[in-house]
Ligand binder design. Structure first.
Ligand code: PEP
Length: 250
């Protein structure tokens, strides 16, 4: 029912020659059984969208402003991302929540702006190690969900990425039970809020140190509909086996 999604977050990495990685990725997956999304830095969105035109690799942004236009130096609106060729945008990544003081209220407003512009919002949620150690993980996820997800969400325009902060870029992978507990919890709350139809159709990605050598164990966990991949999405030779592993799971 839910088409799986392999999403790459290039963060602040990538120059023009990195577009070759997109060409290689598309060549390796001419007819993928899963959706593929790559979110390069904003400077590359337009060129990346041109490179991937007609290919099964969609392009997304990594953040957007809450407003459509205005006096916001250095910011980009959802409409601008769309105009550049993006079809999606990552919102509320823990690096933006930490480095830029983004609150869940801001993430919700950005997601609403993304939806208004016709973009799919990939909303990131996740607990810190201290919160996990204090057994607060599900309370944190519940609060982030209530505040970060707008009422404009549908199965088509919302993807949740569960990204434990302590797993991002650290090589530490939660075990299957830890991933499964949070994904099941998110699914239940989505169904309760949006109804069984939409709630069951919304995709929930896992993110945090997904690599070619551990992807299949992550994808075997129920309610994991794919991955948001950072470091291992930068090179096609690393991202490609992750996409293959996802394609091979039920
Ligand atoms: C991320 O930052 O979204 C992420 C999942 O990073 P990494 O895969 O490098 O841990």
């Amino acid at each position: 029912m839910r088409r799986k999604l392999a999403a790459g977050n290039w963060k602040m990495n990538g120059l023009t020659d990195s577009l070759d990685e997109l060409r290689s990725l598309a060549r390796a997956h001419p007819d993928p059984a899963v959706d593929i999304l790559v979110c390069p830095p904003a400077t590359l969105i337009s060129q990346a969208a041109q490179v991937c035109a007609g290919l099964p690799v969609a392009i997304g942004g990594q953040d957007c402003h809450t407003e459509r236009t205005g006096a916001h130096t250095g910011d980009l609106s959802a409409e601008m991302l769309k105009d550049s060729g993006a079809c999606a945008v990552i919102l509320g990544h823990s690096e933006r929540r930490e480095d830029h003081g983004e609150t869940s209220d801001m993430v919700r407003a950005k997601a609403r702006a993304a939806h208004a512009a016709g973009l799919m919002a990939v909303i990131c949620l996740g607990e810190s190690l201290a919160q996990r150690d204090a057994a607060n993980t599900l309370d944190i996820i519940a609060a982030q969900m209530s505040l970060s997800i707008p009422d404009t969400s549908t199965a088509e325009n919302l993807v949740i990425a569960y990204e434990p902060i302590w797993a991002i870029g650290t090589g530490k992978l939660p075990d299957a039970a830890q991933i499964g507990e949070v994904h099941d919890f998110i699914r239940t709350r989505l169904e309760r809020r949006f109804g069984p139809g939409a709630g069951r159709g919304m995709r929930i990605l896992y993110g945090g140190s997904v690599k070619p050598n551990n992807a299949d164990q992550v994808f075997r966990v129920p309610n994991v509909d794919g991955a948001l991949v950072g470091g291992a999405s930068l090179r096609a030779e690393d991202f490609s086996p992750i996409i293959k592993a996802l394609s091979q799971t039920g």
